[in-house]
Design a protein around this ligand. Structure first.
Ligand code: KIV
Ligand code: ZN
Length: 521
């Protein structure tokens, strides 16, 4: 990939480990959009998914491998031959395919989860890497739960993987247990025990259970790792993975002291964070480093005074370096199709034909209700259009809500199902949102339970677009949906119908499954 010894490879696992966060249910179109944006951001490797997990995962990885040029496209596989074969098939058409295979080396996992033995695990690792190598040149191997495993035994397994041709060795802190100095010492010991580790790329993959994922990842880089496995907004299993934006901006901001390089176009960070947050429904906490709403806000008078006199008094990074100045673009209700297309192009979206007509229709609806349509609004609208994926079980056609302080609110809705049939429902609820949600349940004859509901505004101002996010549970399947509109009841209804369609899609996948379900990695 690069021969520069100070170049740190950015391996993004938003679409794999990140997608394992509860309630996230990205469809193929949404995953593709995120993958294109990750390519624009300049990540070196996109871990696109776990193809054996479901037909949907397989199709998304395959689509990304076929349609996203630039980064290496990696697919995850357990050590079973069927997993490796499914991963190989999914990434076959990528410009630069990678298979990432893993097996645990901690005794806790070997005894209790795998119910296997150390020697069996060695044999499985050998077979899996050799099998993966028969399909692709670029093979990554991870000894899962390595930081709780015996270092000597883990070194033996790593040696086997290297002997079989693994080109990257990733040492995961699967349960977020290690500490920076301990992790660095673990990696240093691996270098001693496996001198050949210097001939491959050493990678780190840290979870944030103790809030140390970024610190541990950084300690790994200082100990010699030249690949970091990270996710946008720190998404990932449980407390998440190390956040891409934090580690990248650390290496960037302290470059003169550290000397490390990445291939990231940092000006794309804010936008990537917004896209991922929107499509996953996972809001970014306001005080989150780098991409939180307050990361560049100064509240105290002394700080404001200092920044006004000289920005660097209280800012170690320039907001523009992560792309926070890109909001100058403004359209209004007199802007035409050409202006819209040019604005979308500036934002990186190529929209023509029917898609442009649809975007223009949405834009006009918004521009009629909102004086200025900004880049943030356009981004929200385009992302919203993406969600309106074909194959949805239902789409919202119309709604009516009567709200009053004198009588209980009443809602009526009209939906269209996947076969084009119109269905209607109505309900008298506790509040207008409750009424419309239950009216949708009545129209679809589904008893979905609301597990989470949030409403935010895309920009400041009274006429701002509202963005709703809903998590539903239907027959033990949880899924989320999002919706954008100047009317928050409409945004909420859109989000609810999409969440319901996503639950339905999950239920259909479960029903169509013939083999044992595969747990997330
Ligand atoms: O956390 C972990 O160990 C993983 C592996 C599959 C690399 O996600
Ligand atoms: Zn992980």
């Amino acid at each position: 990939m690069t021969t520069d010894p100070d170049r740190v490879v950015i391996f993004d696992t938003t679409l794999r480990d990140g997608e394992q966060s509860p309630g996230i249910s990205l469809n193929k179109t949404e995953k593709l959009e995120i993958a294109h944006q990750l390519a624009r951001l300049g990540v070196d490797v996109i871990e696109a998914g776990f193809p054996i997990a479901s037909p949907g995962d397989f199709e998304a990885v395959q689509a990304i491998a076929r349609e996203v040029p630039g980064p290496v496209i990696a697919a995850l596989a357990r050590v079973q031959a069927a997993d490796v074969e499914r991963a190989a098939e999914a990434v076959r058409d990528a410009e630069r395919p990678r298979i990432h295979t893993f097996v645990s080396t901690s005794d806790i996992h070997i005894e209790h989860q795998l119910q296997s033995t150390r020697s069996d695990v060695k044999a499985q690792a050998r077979a899996a890497v050799a099998h993966a190598k028969s399909f692709v040149e670029d093979v990554e191997f991870s000894p899962m739960d390595a930081t709780r495993a015996d270092v000597e035994y883990t070194a033996e397994v790593i040696q086997i993987a290297i002997d079989e041709g693994a080109t990257t060795i990733n040492v995961p802190d699967t349960v977020g247990y290690t500490m920076p100095l301990e992790y660095a010492a673990f990696l240093a010991r691996l270098y001693e025990l496996v001198p050949a580790l210097r001939d491959v790329v050493l990678s780190v993959h840290c979870h944030d259970d103790l809030g140390l994922a970024v610190a541990n990842t950084f300690a790994g880089v200082q100990a010699g790792a030249r690949q970091v496995e990270v996710a946008i907004n720190g998404l990932g299993e449980r407390a998440g993975n190390a956040s891409l934006e934090e580690i990248v901006m650390l290496l960037e901001t302290r470059k003169s002291d550290l000397g490390f390089q990445t291939g990231i176009t940092t000006q794309e960070i804010a936008r990537t964070s917004r896209l991922v947050s929107r499509l996953t429904g996972y809001n970014v906490q306001p005080n989150k480093a780098i991409v939180g709403r307050n990361a560049f806000a100064h509240e105290s008078g002394i700080h404001q005074d200092g920044v006004l006199k000289e920005r660097t008094t209280y800012e170690i990074m320039d907001a523009r370096s992560i792309g926070l100045d890109a909001n100058s673009l403004v359209l209004g209700k007199h802007s035409g199709r050409h202006a819209l297309r040019a604005a979308l192009e500036e934002l990186g979206y190529q929209v023509d034909g029917a898609a442009l007509n649809q975007a223009f229709k949405r834009f006009k609806e918004v521009a009629d209700r909102k004086k200025q349509v900004t880049a943030m609004d356009l981004e929200a609208l385009v992302t919203d259009e993406l969600r309106a994926g074909s194959g949805d079980a239902w789409t919202l056609e119309w709604f009516e809500v009567e709200a009053s302080s004198r009588r209980p609110p009443h809602a009526r809705v009209g939906l269209v199902d996947g076969d084009g049939e119109a269905v209607t429902g109505d309900f008298t609820g506790d509040g207008p949102i409750d009424a419309i949600f239950r009216a949708i349940n009545s129209a679809t004859r589904r008893e979905a339970k609301l597990r989470d509901f949030r409403i935010d505004s895309v920009t400041d101002g009274q006429d701002a677009l509202g963005e709703a996010s809903v998590v539903l549970e239907l027959a033990d399947q949880k899924a989320s949906g999002q919706g954008v509109s100047t009317d928050i009841i409409e945004a909420s209804a859109l989000a609810y119908v999409r969440a319901l369609s996503n639950c339905e899609r999950r239920l259909e996948h479960e029903a169509g499954r013939t083999e044992e379900p595969v747990e997330a990695a």
